[in-house]
Design a protein around this ligand. Structure first.
Ligand code: BGC
Length: 374
């Protein structure tokens, strides 16, 4: 069952479909900001659409209500050439092949829960072990594989709201969880993602977006030459199955020190398997703060990440192996990276970590912004 009202009619789509180029005066062009919509197929007898959000600069973000997936984020490089800086397919079929969460909304619990088990209020909950013995990214059919109910909220500062009702017991989690995600594309080239959720039983919740970035706009290139700054003095070391040991370790003097920008490839070979770790952000008070800056000097693009979350999963595409192809190019090892804002992995089993338990009567809220500057 889904909730929310589907108010966006075909007639409105026709009215708002004029996201084209407009000439303001001689020699000066702007884009008309807006949202357009096209049919993209069906999943589970529900209609799937692709929404195109365009801002006044002509930056375009495409989002489907299947998995809440960001399928494309097209921005200009320093020479004014446009290209897509995230991994995505141009049809639904690619996503039904279950790529590793390309662009998707992740839930009910982003990243891993150890031994696919947690205990809450004295009761043990068993989840599907879909990553070795652990649970990963919400289970066999997480929020990345469900059809969300879409509502266009605003067409001048394009905002798409997606809602989903995750039933009590779905993927083993307790409580009916009502989830809302607002995606907004601002005229400052910010993709703003606002998450909220309520429940009728206590449950773990940890929502994120799993976009894979390559700022060169070409997945033939690796991301090892991008530079990265992460405002984190600590990270959470992991065991061989990528479950945090519980330790909060200082990054200083380790390959995990990104407090000053450095090329991702600089120390990656000293990290077994590559980076796939949760960084403990210095941002402790839940306010929206700039926590990471990714840059590619060749294209001149920079991506700034802002969040209210205490953690950031930095994943360097270590499991990409060429199995999936985008625009005719196999997506190979380390040709894209994720900066997933989150609470820490395995928090339901780590009382020392910030709590991820949502109680009835309270509201989960989280905001993340991916801002492209050049
Ligand atoms: C995880 C990786 C995983 C990737 C794709 C990341 O969030 O930390 O270990 O391979 O998602 O599933």
């Amino acid at each position: 069952m889904k909730f929310g009202t589907f108010i966006f009619s075909t007639a409105m789509a026709a009215i708002m479909s004029g996201c084209g180029q407009q000439t303001k005066s001689e020699g000066e062009t702007t884009m008309k900001a807006g949202i357009s919509k096209e049919s993209w197929g069906n999943v589970d007898n529900d209609s799937v659409y692709l929404y195109t959000l365009t801002n006044a600069k002509g930056t375009v973000v495409k989002i489907t209500n299947y998995g809440g997936i960001v399928t494309s984020f097209v921005t200009e490089d320093k020479a004014g050439n446009k290209s897509n800086i995230v991994l995505g397919f141009d049809s639904l079929a690619g996503y039904l092949e279950k790529p590793p969460y390309f662009g998707a909304l992740i839930g009910r619990y982003g990243n891993r829960i150890g031994d696919a088990t947690f205990t809450l209020d004295g009761k043990e909950y068993k989840l599907a072990a879909n990553n070795g013995k652990n649970a990963l990214h919400g289970g066999l059919k997480g929020f990345d594989k469900v059809v969300w109910t879409p509502t266009v909220m605003n067409d001048t500062i394009p905002t798409l709201m997606l809602s989903y009702m995750s039933k009590d017991g779905e993927e083993g989690y307790p409580g009916n969880l009502k989830v809302m995600v607002h995606y907004t594309l601002t005229n400052d080239d910010e993709l703003k993602i606002e998450y909220s959720a309520t429940t009728d039983k206590a449950t773990p919740v940890n929502l994120t977006n799993h976009s894979y970035f390559n700022l060169t706009g070409d997945v033939n290139n690796t991301i090892l030459g991008h530079t990265l700054m992460i405002a984190a003095d600590h990270y959470t070391p992991v065991d061989t199955t990528l479950i945090p040991t519980g330790e909060i370790k200082a990054v200083k003097g380790t390959p995990f020190d990104f407090t000053a920008a450095k090329p991702i490839g600089k120390d990656i070979d000293s990290v077994p398997g590559g980076y796939d770790h949760n960084f403990v952000l210095n941002n402790k008070d839940g306010s929206l703060q700039k926590v990471a800056v990714l840059a590619d000097s060749v294209s001149g693009r920079t991506l700034e990440v802002y969040t209210t979350e205490p953690g950031l999963q930095f994943y360097t595409g270590n499991f990409l192996d060429g199995k999936f192809t985008v625009n005719g190019t196999p997506v190979k090892y380390r040709t894209a990276l994720c900066l997933e804002t989150q609470h820490f992995p395995d928090s339901p089993n780590k009382p020392e970590f910030p709590s991820t338990i949502l109680q009835p009567g309270t509201t989960y809220q989280s905001t993340t912004i991916y801002k492209v500057v050049k």
